[in-house]
Design a protein around this ligand. Structure first.
Ligand SMILES: NC(=O)c1ccc[n+]([C@@H]2O[C@H](COP(=O)([O-])OP(=O)(O)OC[C@H]3O[C@@H](n4cnc5c(N)ncnc54)[C@H](OP(=O)(O)O)[C@@H]3O)[C@@H](O)[C@H]2O)c1
Length: 377
């Protein structure tokens, strides 16, 4: 199968490449990156791919390459529509939202990790996985739910649980304002890009994942619970009406998720790592409290409201994480500003253009509030 990897230079993109390297039945013909252009060029050379997409790409760097550099989104879309059978959405942000929108009802296989894209698409289309076998979730919790729910009738489910590690500060007793970007960037169990790692440290990522699960599986926000499982070896649980629950366990390793996602109906031997049950001495769950994880509850609230609030929230959070990383605001400011963002009136979107406009409205509003906060300090 001829595939494209959007976001190949990121943490997840590199792991997708590692898995695909072992597979002769996949031919990577397009890669994409953004700031790491040298790495993109290296990847393109190693795999001898036909195309590399980078909107900021420098033609001079690709002069002697057998790979064609694409810098224009329209051309990217054209190549994907004409030459590609499957696309991995592993870039951060919403740059590839239009492309996803165009591909979702085609026969192309779409492996999707980019949660913002799912959340924004979910503003207009509900229960994305219903009737769409070409859409495969790559976020580990959603992939786990997808695996479990394959064997269960929808009416048999009473609730689903997404698990969370709790992040680096679950037991933190100090002030959230003392948490620096360096501290927040070290995740206990997963190696991931900056945006998702910061979102994981205050559990906003888990709130976004609740909205993502609702968009993918059509569950209401009341049917989706979140449980803290510190070691991250349980990824999702499905509680059935008859009192039984099904759980999916594996080591916290995205390569296993990717392998499962590309393997179709049969399970393949995992060459990476598997769980050693003799090392698991206990199993316990906990639940995030609003006093500590306000951002998580605000994200859930945005999802409960729907009608533009998820897009507004995502845009604002993007601006806030970036301001925290450049030390313009404190870690504790992120949820406080998001609380103000949710006070805004939003006109429910009716088109993808309107969804994007709300996302950028959230981004700009957060920037204004960041500026106000800086002026007070
Ligand atoms: N990492 C994980 O384990 C994991 C798990 C579940 C879900 N996800 C989701 O997967 C996505 C990627 O996560 P990650 O951890 O791999 O993040 P990452 O390491 O920051 O990688 C992000 C990727 O997106 C590219 N990118 C950034 N800005 C872009 C832009 N404006 N236009 C085009 N491409 C752009 C980056 O290119 P450069 O690096 O060249 O700048 C990189 O390839 C996120 O949506 C995340 O929520 C990740």
């Amino acid at each position: 199968m001829k595939v494209a990897i959007l976001g190949s230079t990121g943490y997840l993109g590199e792991q997708i490449l590692e898995v695909l390297e072992r597979r002769k039945d996949f031919e990577v013909i397009l890669l994409s990156g953004y700031s790491k252009e040298e790495r993109l060029r290296e990847q393109a050379q190693e795999l001898n791919v036909s195309y590399a997409f980078n909107p900021r790409g420098r033609k001079s760097l690709w002069a002697n390459s057998s790979t064609t550099l694409i810098t224009d989104y329209n051309l990217l879309e054209k190549v994907i529509l004409q030459e590609v059978e499957g696309v991995f959405f592993a870039a951060s942000g919403i740059e590839f939202l239009d492309l996803f929108w165009k591909l979702i009802d085609t026969s192309r296989i779409l492996w999707v990790a980019s949660k913002e894209i799912i959340i924004l698409t979910g503003e207009l289309k509900s229960h994305l996985l219903k009737g769409r076998e070409n859409l495969i979730p790559l976020d580990s919790e959603h992939n786990a739910l997808w695996q479990i729910l394959k064997g269960v009738e929808r009416e048999e489910v009473s609730r689903v649980y997404l698990t969370a590690s709790g992040g680096a500060f679950y037991e933190w007793q100090g002030s959230w304002d003392d948490i620096t970007p360096e501290m927040a960037l070290s995740h206990p169990n997963w190696k991931m890009g900056a945006k998702i790692t910061i979102d994981s440290a205050n559990l906003i990522n888990k709130g976004l994942e609740v909205i993502e699960a609702s968009a993918l599986f059509g569950f209401s926000s009341e049917e989706i619970e979140v449980a803290i499982q510190r070691e991250s070896f349980i990824h999702a649980l499905v509680e059935l009406k008859d009192g039984f629950s099904l759980a999916l366990l594996s080591p916290p390793d995205m390569r296993s998720v990717v392998l499962n996602a590309i393997s179709g109906k049969k399970r393949e031997t995992n060459p990476f790592q598997s769980l050693d049950f003799s090392q698991i001495k206990s199993l316990s769950f906990d639940y995030p409290v609003p006093e500590k994880f306000l951002g998580f509850y605000l994200a859930k609230e945005a999802g409960r409201r729907g009608k533009g609030y998820p897009a507004l929230f995502c845009g604002a959070d993007e601006a806030l994480v970036s301001a925290f990383l450049s030390r313009e605001i404190c870690f504790g400011d992120i949820p406080l500003i998001l609380e103000k963002i949710l006070e805004q009136e939003v006109k429910p979107p009716e088109s993808l253009e309107e969804v994007k406009a709300i996302y950028y409205q959230g981004y700009k509003l957060a920037q204004m509030l960041i500026l106000e906060r800086k002026n007070i300090q």
